[in-house]
Design a protein around this ligand. Sequence first.
Ligand code: BG6
Length: 274
Amino acid sequence: MTTFTPRTLEHGADRVTAYDHGAHVAEWTRDGVPVVWVSKESRYEFGTAIRGGVPLVWPWFGNGPEGDLEPAHGLLRTASWSLAKEWESGWVWTIDQEATKSQPGIETFPYRYEAQLEVEVRDGLNIALTVRNTDDVPFSHEAALHTYLHVGDIRNTSVSGLDGVHYFDKVLGTNQTQQGPLLVSQETDRIYQSAADVSVVDPDLGRTINVSATEGSHTVVWNPWETKARDMKDMGDDEWTQMVCIETARLGDKKFTLSPGQSATMATTISLQR
Ligand code: BG6
């Protein structure tokens, strides 16, 4: 059931679909082939995040640094944003504290802020989240651009750019170091301490997707794998085979801290390697 009106942008071979709900880029195709993945079972309803595309995670990641914050991934992905600007290759949405005063979880972030999301198709898809502190006191926030990428089959895909990087394995609950390329062969939920460029090498679709971060500190890699995906109501039983999340993030002790009047931008660029 679709309850939101999609916005669509066609620019050369690129087609992008987005919603004011969450300022959420839900789909990006090039020549009709998805680059960004969205679940066929995604719900498009108030109070729920779209499963796929690029959900915005802010002002905390997951359940926050201490694991006690709700809802997971913060306030913005289920909030109603306002479209501020639209042109032939992009959009800008804005939101502020007043517009999110009824969002679940707002009581744990009682600060005045303004946020802006800019999306533009250039060589790839560029997504930039800017937050300004409009309060009289400083505040800190985590953020992630939780990009779901479409792959031919995750079991044949490799992720490069993380060799030698320390990571926290959320599935095992342990700290590890990546050796060589990452081959996703089981439930994977990892927070890498690097925001260097990452490439998703996909032999089945004969292409490589690059993810390049600006002002990130971490990269999160997530695939729920078979069992967890089956338990998710908004993901088809086999859909986990065709997605991987590569998330540009700013987390933990690297979170942003803004003085009154200050702003910070974190961005991700997703592109197809030529
Ligand atoms: C990832 C987290 O960023 O998002 C995972 O690391 C989580 O732990 C995943 O399961 C999906 O989260 P959600 O809230 O959209 O189901």
